[in-house]
Design a protein around this ligand. Structure first.
Ligand code: ACO
Length: 372
C-alpha cells in the first residue's frame, strides 16, 4: 500500500464548484479576477450553488432571501453571554453557535436536495449575524438586526459596527468575501465533505469545517499575520525580524501554499486593496511593512504570499478586531462549503480511505496482573 503525506497531489473527488488549473482559480468556470472586479458576494454565492450567474430578478430575489433569513434565535445570543467571554476566541464561539443553530432548525436532518438548499441559505445568512453578534456581545453591546436595504457585505459591517458603512468599506469587504468564497478541495471543504458523506446533517458538516478552518495552517493564518506585523512594528525592523524566524525555522504566516507554486491569484487583489485602504486610513505603514516582508521572504526563500497575507492589513485598516479575521473568512467560505455539501449529497458515497499500518507486529496479549 502506498501513501502520500498530507494527501499531496491526491485527487479525492470530482467537483464542478471551483478549479485551480495552472495557478488559475475559477468558480464554475468564471475567472476569479472577473468575479472579484465585477460581482457582488450574493452573485457569487448564487453562482456556486446553482452553477450559473443570476439574472437581475434572480439576484434581487436571492439577495432579499438572504437578508430575510439573517435573524438568529435569541437563545444563541443569550448563551453567548454566558460563555467565559474574555477567553473565548470568536472562531470557537462560531463553531459552538453554528452547531447550536442546528438545534433550532426543524429541517436539520433532511438531506433531500430541496431541504438542503433551504438549509444552505439559512446558514449563509445567519453566520454573518452570529459573527457580528458575538463581536458585539463581548463588548457589552446588543446584536443588531440587519437592514432590508443593505446588501450582504454592507449588512455585515452594519451589524458589526452599528452604523451604515462607507462605500469604500463595503466594496472592500465584498471583494474579500468574493475572493475567499471557494477554493476547490481545501482542508476545511474536504472536512465538510467527509462529514456529510456519512449522510450526517448540514450543521455537522459546517461545524466540522469551521473547526478545520480555525487552524493556523489554514484560515487561522490571517490573524497571525497581523500579530506578526504588530510585533515587527516598523518597516526598518522587517529584515531582522524575518531573519529571526528563518533562523528558528518557524513558518512565516501568510506564505506558501500546497497547490499554488507560482503565486496565489487572490493575493494581488488583496495587495491592491491593502495599499488603497491603509492609505485612506492614514496607516500606510502596514502596507509598507507587508511589502517589505514579502520582498524578504520571496527573495530569501522563494515563498509567495497567499490569500491570508494581505487580507490582514486590509481588515485591520477597516478597524476590524484581529481575532475576527478568520471568522470573516468563515462567513465567506460558508458559500463554498455549502456548495460542496450540496454536491456531495447529490452523488454521495462514503469517504473512507485507508492507512498504511506502521505499528508493531502482532503481539501476544498479556493479562493485566501478569504485566511488569
Ligand atoms: N514559512 C517558511 N517555510 C515554509 C512556509 C512558510 N510559510 N511554507 C512552506 N515552507 C517550507 C517548509 O518549511 C518546507 O521546507 P522543507 O522542505 O525544507 O522542510 C517546504 O516549504 C514545504 O512546506 P510544507 O509545510 O511541507 O508545505 P505544505 O504544502 O504542507 O503546506 C502551507 C502548505 C500549510 C500553506 C504552508 O506553506 C504553511 O504552513 N504556510 C504558513 C501558514 C499559512 O499561511 N497558511 C494559510 C494557507 S492559505 C489558506 O489556507 C487559506
Amino acid at each position: 500500500m502506498s501513501q502520500t503525506r498530507g494527501l499531496e497531489g491526491v485527487v479525492a473527488t470530482t467537483s464542478s464548484v471551483s478549479s485551480i488549473i495552472d495557478d488559475v482559480l475559477t468558480y464554475q468556470g468564471y475567472h476569479i479576477d472577473d468575479l472579484a472586479n465585477y460581482s457582488s458576494f450574493e452573485e457569487v454565492v448564487f453562482l456556486l450553488w446553482n452553477g450559473k450567474l443570476p439574472n437581475k430578478t434572480e439576484l434581487e430575489t436571492f439577495s432579499n432571501e438572504l437578508v430575510a433569513n439573517m435573524s438568529v434565535p435569541n437563545e444563541i445570543f443569550n448563551d453567548m453571554k454566558a460563555y467565559p467571554i474574555a477567553e473565548v476566541h470568536p472562531m470557537a464561539a462560531l463553531r459552538t453557535a453554528v452547531s447550536q443553530l442546528g438545534l433550532y432548525d426543524q429541517e436539520a436532518d433532511e438531506v433531500t436536495e430541496d431541504a438542503a438548499k433551504r438549509i444552505a441559505l439559512r446558514l449563509q445568512a445567519k453566520i454573518a449575524t452570529i459573527v457580528t453578534g458575538f463581536a458585539r456581545i463581548r463588548n457589552g453591546k446588543e446584536p443588531i438586526k440587519p437592514k432590508d436595504n443593505l446588501g450582504f457585505a454592507a449588512n455585515f459591517l452594519y451589524m458589526l459596527n452599528g452604523e451604515e458603512p462607507k462605500d469604500v468599506a463595503v466594496d472592500a469587504v465584498n471583494k474579500a468575501l468574493v475572493l475567499h468564497a471557494d477554493h476547490e478541495l481545501n482542508a476545511s471543504t474536504f472536512t465538510a465533505r467527509v462529514c456529510v458523506a456519512t449522510l450526517s446533517d448540514f450543521y455537522s458538516g459546517i461545524t466540522a469545517a469551521i473547526g478545520a478552518l480555525k487552524g493556523p495552517l489554514h484560515g487561522g493564518a490571517n490573524e497571525r499575520v497581523m500579530a506578526m506585523l504588530s510585533e515587527i512594528g516598523e518597516v526598518d525592523q522587517v529584515d531582522d525580524y524575518i531573519q529571526g524566524l528563518f533562523d528558528k525555522k518557524e513558518k512565516i504566516m501568510g506564505f506558501g501554499h500546497r497547490v499554488y507554486k507560482n503565486g496565489d491569484p487572490r493575493a494581488k487583489h488583496l495587495r491592491d486593496m491593502s495599499k488603497k485602504l491603509t492609505g485612506i486610513a492614514g496607516e500606510s505603514k502596514w502596507y509598507d511593512m507587508s511589502v517589505a516582508v514579502e520582498e524578504k521572504v520571496t527573495n530569501d526563500k522563494g515563498l509567495l504570499p497567499n490569500v491570508d497575507f494581505y487580507s490582514a492589513s486590509v481588515y485591520h485598516s477597516l478597524g476590524i478586531d484581529h481575532d475576527l479575521f478568520t471568522p470573516i473568512f468563515a462567513v465567506s467560505r460558508t458559500a463554498g462549503w455549502n456548495a460542496h455539501i450540496l454536491e456531495q449529497y447529490a452523488d454521495n458515497r462514503l469517504i473512507r480511505p485507508r492507512a498504511e499500518y506502521v505499528g508493531p507486529d502482532t503481539q501476544k496479549y498479556i493479562p493485566l496482573d501478569e504485566r511488569s
